[in-house]
Design a protein around this ligand. Structure first.
Ligand code: SF4
Ligand code: SF4
Length: 442
């Protein structure tokens, strides 16, 4: 694609980067076919190509964002299916990240929209506040319908509906700690605690730590780590995202330089995708660029790290059919496609793949709150495809997808690592205890 930025514009490294990305796009439109919002809404401006044109126009003309571009960029899930499809290697992720930051700086959103976004940014990344908010949401849940009546309040209805009926007690593994390897140590890793996941489902990291230590890996929960910054990053709140990234880089760098780390293990693929991008996000910060690049290179989804270990034969052969739902941040963001399925199959599960596996479930960070109508359509489509597999349980590697699908799937939804922990001698995942799981008919 031809661009016409001036030399003065290109002196800004963010614009320079955006221009490089824009020039790669050849307007072929292959990406439209796999874009969930284009597939759902059928509007070119809600396709990757349409958004790329809007962003190009805004940046080239050096103008502030307007309501039209905000509408179509806000509808983008950042699922990155377009990047998987694009034959020209267009880095849509970095382009839309920059567009979101530009919107945040140049556009004044309507009051309720601003307040909702600020509330989400002030609560979700902080486990104590998030836990308190969920307790309140539980009380308010029966009144969700009242908020549906006013368009600007629909995000509150979505929030109340997404709040789980029960919030688990905090887990000891969410606190800074060292979990010793069983037997002789074959590796040492840090594990990300994160923000929303330890509140919604602390059992995920408990399972990961049990499994890794049983396999001879020491696991450290470093002091000072926190939210990866993805939630605010996707809102265009760049300073907050970079502050979160720096805090984690500091925590892991201390650990790398003292005990040493073979990997930084992440059990939420949305966070993994962002941490793997820290090197790019902090590239212009001389004090952090090298450290952030080192952290990104060490970041591994838990299934990536497990695949590097020589796993023994499973302790039991569960033999149940598992529908594997690949989170967008896993398959498109991190390009991890086969590993989780191979690990599940090796552990004795019968893995089934839902149709349209490339399409987002509509979770996408705060998308299911801010864009509830599109999100619900995508969720229903996803749930239908999962149900058609006839599986007994859904496995996935991202807490956002688990929350999105949980109430509708008609079957338990469990983190991949919890199923693996079970197969390799750990307890049966909590979600399965009361579920009528049968041996899958093949
Ligand atoms: S597939 Fe890639 S090159 Fe083609 S229009 Fe989409 S982003 Fe541009
Ligand atoms: S990130 Fe997803 S929703 Fe956004 S343009 Fe790409 S395919 Fe469409």
């Amino acid at each position: 694609m031809q661009t016409s930025f001036t030399l003065a514009q290109l002196a800004d490294p963010h614009v320079e980067e955006a221009e490089k990305i824009l020039r790669k796009c050849v307007h072929c439109g292959f990406c439209t076919a796999t874009c969930p919002t284009y597939v759902t809404l059928g509007n070119e401006l809600d396709s990757p190509r349409g958004r790329i044109y809007l962003i190009k126009d805004m940046l080239e003309n050096g103008r502030p964002a307007d309501a039209e571009i905000v509408t179509h960029i806000d509808r983008c899930l950042s699922c990155l299916a377009c990047m998987t499809t694009c034959p020209s290697g267009v880095n849509y992720m970095h382009l839309v990240d920059h567009a979101r930051a530009h919107i945040e700086k140049t556009y004044k959103r309507p009051l309720m929209n601003r307040l909702t976004r600020s509330a989400l940014a002030a609560v979700l990344p902080y486990p104590v506040r998030f836990r308190a908010a969920l307790s309140l949401a539980r009380i308010g849940r029966p009144f969700a319908g009242m908020f549906d009546a006013i368009a600007a309040l629909k995000p509150f209805a979505a929030m109340l509906r997404l709040a789980p009926a029960r919030v688990p007690a905090p887990s000891a593994v969410s606190k800074p700690s060292i979990h010793a390897a069983a037997g002789s140590r074959r590796g040492r890793v840090a594990i990300l605690t994160g923000c929303a996941q330890p509140v919604l489902e602390p059992g995920i990291n408990e399972a990961a730590i049990r499994l890794l230590t049983r396999l001879g890996v020491e696991v450290v929960v470093p002091k000072g780590e926190g939210c990866c910054g993805a939630l605010v990053h996707h809102m265009g709140r760049e300073d907050e995202a970079l502050a979160a990234a720096r805090k984690n880089v500091d925590a892991w760098t201390r650990e790398i330089e003292t005990g040493g780390l073979d990997a930084i293990v992440i059990t939420a693929s949305g966070c993994g995708m962002t941490i793997k991008d820290y090197g790019f996000m902090l590239r212009l910060d001389p004090a952090y660029a090298a450290k952030a690049a080192r952290v990104s290179a060490l970041a591994k989804d838990v299934t990536e790290y497990l695949a590097t270990l020589d796993l023994p034969a499973p302790a039991k052969a569960p033999g149940i059919a598992v529908a594997y739902h690949s989170a967008c941040s896993m398959q498109h963001g991190q390009k991890i496609t086969r590993l989780p399925k191979d690990l599940l199959a090796k552990a004795g599960f019968v893995v089934r793949e839902p149709r349209e596996g490339h399409l987002c479930c509509g979770s996408a960070g705060t998308y299911n709150i801010m864009q509830p109508a599109i999100s619900a359509k995508l969720r229903d489509r996803k749930v239908k495809n999962i149900a058609a597999t006839g599986a007994a349980v859904v496995a996935t590697g991202n807490i956002g997808c688990m929350t999105q699908i949980a109430d509708r799937a008609g079957m338990p939804i469990v983190h991949t690592v919890a199923l693996l922990d079970w197969a390799y001698g750990g307890p049966k995942p909590k979600g399965l205890v009361d579920a009528p799981i049968g041996v899958a008919a093949e």
